[in-house]
Write a new protein. Structure first.
Length: 551
């Protein structure tokens, strides 16, 4: 006899599931055992939400739907924050959730899991009958793959243990999805070419949806044919920086003052795989006179200003760029555009820090720390950026062309980045990776460093430790409140890391930081670097927002 939980496990394996993150409980343990018997690797986290965040990181690293699991009721509610984060990040996930016996509304762990899923922006599929168990899995993976969001598979415990009497052959969701490349409408390409030909200052804006090597080659070719600047969204930071002297950096609040000035001069914006939200356009402030050509595979994208674009080219980014590049003349018709020696010189110095470092006994200036990290960490070492005030420094000052995963702005939840990094490492085949995070964020899920140590994931966690809720500290001051109320003394995080089975270093000088990074690079292992930083330095975005400084 094949039980429903075995049939569900068969379906997950047929969908390509190789790794599962989460925690075992009585409502999902049978399925977890069946997954292990079928060769899946199970990673037990210390918190259900942490396991889901790891699956989120795995999906981003592997480029496939991630899989997480939890038991019924309280196990499900623990997923809340990580589910919203994954939904906002458009991460495809499938979560196997146990459920109390169908109809048992008096069960201690009863929860209306469908209503919960709706509240946390998650799709919901219930295993309602034994015969349709595999169909539920197929639908869940289909939804995850086609909508790029998390999907909960909720399976009542009594149905899980029943005999499976459904279809004998499982058809994976991939067989139901059209894999053909979406080519652009030639008329839209002609329209785009006309707009570009009439423009003198072109900016090519790259988002996460464009980031792949073949697209990069086409972007460089497009830039050469239009004498354009290259700018990126936060999610594509530093991509192609090393391939052109006309790289303007981030478009938005985190951009340099030089970029702000140059982007405002644009009369044509070519956006590729970027949502053009209000963060990227600064509510329209950055491109006030630009006509917009938007390349994206979505049916339509609503811009942050609420205005329609001048030419929307729907299709695969690579195919659309290839057609656009082919249709453009080899030499720009409107002169040099942004490609002048003067502008190249401006951009070379745009990221330069012209202010002295703040001196405080026993604490480092966060800007000095980031610049040192960027220099010390090899470009082959991927970086994950967390959230909170400390992340502003890294977002602006990491400039070497390494692969970067930014979790900033995706629901604004602290504590997620180290978890994402752990899953990312597994998804990339144990690739050593470092994450820069704040002290409150890291301590929130400190127990998961034990998870990294148990599985020997090569993660380097650099804690920018100001012993405070940094964002609230500075915002309190801006509002005339008492900043000290947000200050929280920090324990010895390096000592805690060692106690949990990893390596730890407490850093108060750049020399100590250099030694710690060199040790990790030479022998990647679970490591925490507790960097004590001053609270007296405000990031450029905060200076712009809270002090109205033009920096």
């Amino acid at each position: 006899m094949t039980t429903v939980y075995e049939a569900i496990a068969d379906a997950f394996i047929a969908e390509g599931t190789t790794h599962v993150f989460g925690m075992m409980g009585d409502a999902n343990m049978h399925w977890m055992h069946a997954m292990a018997e079928r060769g899946a690797t199970l990673f037990e986290a210390r918190h259900e939400g942490s396991g889901l965040a790891m699956a989120d990181g795995w999906a981003r690293g592997a480029g496939q739907p991630g899989v997480a699991t939890t038991t019924s009721g309280p196990g499900v509610t623990q997923l809340a924050t990580s589910l919203v984060c994954a939904s906002r990040a458009r991460t495809p996930l499938v979560i196997f959730c146990g459920e109390v016996a169908q109809g048992d509304l008096e069960a201690v762990q009863y929860l209306d899991q469908a209503k919960f899923a709706e509240g946390v922006e998650c799709e919901f599929v219930q295993v309602s009958t034994p015969s349709r168990a595999q169909e539920a899995v197929q639908r869940a993976f289909w939804l995850a793959r086609t909508t790029s969001r998390p999907v909960m598979v909720s399976a009542p415990s009594n149905i899980q243990k029943a005999e499976y009497d459904g279809a004998p052959v499982y058809i994976p969701s991939t067989a139901l999805i059209d894999q053909a490349i979406a080519y652009p409408d030639p008329q839209r390409i002609d329209q785009a070419v006309k707009i570009i030909a009439e423009s003198e200052r072109v900016v090519v804006l790259l988002g996460r949806g464009a980031r792949e090597s073949a697209v990069g080659d086409l972007v460089v070719e497009l830039q050469a044919k239009t004498n354009a600047l290259i700018a990126t969204t936060l999610q594509a930071k530093n991509w192609l920086r090393d391939r052109t002297p006309y790289y303007a950096g981030i478009s938005g609040l985190y951009g340099t003052s030089t970029a702000h000035e140059l982007l405002q001069e644009a009369d044509c914006l070519i956006a590729v795989g970027a949502s053009l939200n209000h963060f990227t356009t600064e509510h329209g402030y950055l491109y006030p006179s630009a006509r917009i050509v938007h390349l994206d595979r979505a049916d339509q994208v609503l811009t942050g200003t609420g205005q329609p674009v001048d030419c929307y080219v729907r299709g695969d980014a690579r195919a659309s760029l290839a057609e656009l590049v082919k249709a453009l003349p080899d030499t720009p018709e409107q002169g040099d555009g942004y490609h002048t020696e003067e502008i190249a010189a401006q951009l070379r110095d745009a990221d330069a820090l012209n202010e002295p470092f703040y001196q405080e006994e026993g604490r480092l200036d966060p800007r000095e720390v980031i610049l040192a990290l960027d220099r010390l960490a090899p470009v082959e070492l991927p970086l994950v950026l967390g959230s909170g005030h400390q992340t502003d420094f890294g977002t602006m000052l990491f400039t070497r062309p390494r692969e970067i995963v930014s979790n900033y702005g995706l629901f604004g939840a602290i504590g997620q980045a180290p978890l994402l990094t752990m899953g990312w490492i597994v998804g990339r085949g144990a690739q050593p990776t470092f994450v820069v995070e704040g002290d409150a964020s890291f301590i929130m899920h400190l127990a998961e460093f034990d998870t990294a140590c148990r599985y020997q994931w090569p993660v380097l966690i650099v804690v920018m430790n100001d012993e405070a809720l940094g964002a609230e500290y500075h915002k309190s001051a801006a509002h005339g409140l008492k900043p000290e109320l947000s200050a929280i003394p920090s324990p010895d995080l390096a000592g805690a890391a060692v106690a949990l089975g990893g390596r730890g270093t407490r850093v108060r000088t750049i020399a100590e930081l250099e030694a710690a990074i060199q040790e990790f690079v030479a022998d990647p292992a679970p490591t925490v670097v507790d960097v004590r930083i001053t609270r007296e330095v405000l990031s450029i975005p905060y200076r712009r927002l809270w002090r109205a400084e033009e920096v």
